[in-house]
Design a binder for this molecule. Sequence first.
Ligand SMILES: [Mn+2]
Length: 361
Amino acid sequence: MDTNKLNRILDLMKEQEVPQMIISDPMAIFYLTGKKIVPGERLLALYLNINGGHKLVVNKLFPQEKDLGVELVWYDDIEDGVEILSRFVEKGKTIGVDKTWPAKFLLRLQELEPESKFVNGSLIVDAIRKVKNDDEKQLLREASLANDRVMEELIPLTAKGYTEVELNRIVRGLYEKSGHSGVSFDPITAYGKSGADPHHVTDGSKGKRGDSVVLDIGGILNDYCSDMTRTVFLGEVSDKAREVYEIVKEAQQRGIEAAKPGNRWCDVDFACRNYIEEKGYGAYFTHRTGHSIGLEDHEYGDVSAANEEIIKPGQCFSIEPGIYLMEEGIGVRIEDLVLITEDGCEVLNKFPKDLIVVPME
Ligand SMILES: [Mn+2]
């Protein structure tokens, strides 16, 4: 196990009076052990105790060759894994469990430990995961630079007459050929009206002259996610669309300027939203401004009006305001990832944000 990450978690457990915890999220287990185990419906549980004696309860179907730095406890398909796990639990004491632990395991453990209080342990792990160490920062930087290159390759292809579905497949191919293990979410390649609908599902539509094209894409490089959005225009751009584009661009810049230690996460949202409201488009910016990112594309921590947490160095999140005009068929979103430094932020995406009109053949 990564001792630094583990110690940060144990310290927070002490602070929050959670003496023991069961981590079941495979990505959180990977974060700590460096080992990906995909247990499917089977029990996988990392038991942590502030006094030590950590265990990883794992099915025999997943043999481990490497020393994970934690004692392994094996069970098989005919054994009651939760009962085996419960042998390590300290009776009557609070137990933290992950927010996504299946009820079939939690209910069984509650039956075995009726005296214990169960709390959401994810709040602790997520708070630690939110502050990146130096290795993670470097991986996030590299992932975003690779994403910039994919965006550069993608933009000219938007004017080649591909349908959204075809373009979506092309994006996946671009990540594959540039060393990514996959996409970090289903790419959005939305022309005109599609881009103006935030819930649009990629379909067979094609772009036409004057359309905005929302390209919201990200890949997974060396386990870390990228995520960026650029909006381009096909052949020409209307005055209205240009106006909307410039407003979103300025709003996003204001968000970046607000992304610094001491400010709150909601201040970044306000910086973007206040400007868009001032320009009369407040009703058309219908989502939060961003989200935390790392091993997963959407990690715990929203850049939204509801998050009053103070921004800290090492945190990494997206800033992605947008304006969506359904009737005019104009959708504009601009997104970069930022990494918080001691006195501001580093914008991880270097791809330019000046308005691009893609020449049509
Ligand atoms: Mn995003």
